[in-house]
Design a protein around this ligand. Sequence first.
Ligand code: HEC
Length: 120
Amino acid sequence: MNDRSRRRIAGAGLLAPLLLGCAARTDLHLGEPTPEQASLEWERVRPLRPWASLEGMREGRSRYVERCGSCHSLPDPSSRTVERWTLEVERMAPKAHLDSLQGSKITDWLASRALAADGH
Ligand code: HEC
């Protein structure tokens, strides 16, 4: 085996987990919701987090997708309870260079997924 083919094999090895990571993300439904879906998500969260706003949740979703998957794959938003997300985001926000308000908006959005998963 010459040097060039060895490099090509190493390259494919690096690429595979990246591709798998992207494939996993699409079934988490992390894309921008329609305005109707966004309102439903907001209404679900309001009783528990009355400060949540539509705009804040919009920001929270996009920051989650942009910032929380840089060190590890993005966790499934429906995989944890609201209480657990609150703690995890407080712990992780400084790692992602986010302040507590930015973190709280991420939790507002994650809460809508956590509550939907609980059947609320
Ligand atoms: C700078 C790198 C970095 C960034 C950015 C980051 N994380 Fe993490 N995260 C880690 C490391 C390292 C661990 C494993 C060690 C730990 O749990 O503290 C981890 C673990 C986790 C866990 C698993 C905890 C468990 O054991 O169940 C969750 C959930 C999580 N991160 C969520 C987030 C969220 C949400 C964000 C965005 C606000 C985020 N992470 C951004 C580095 C990062």
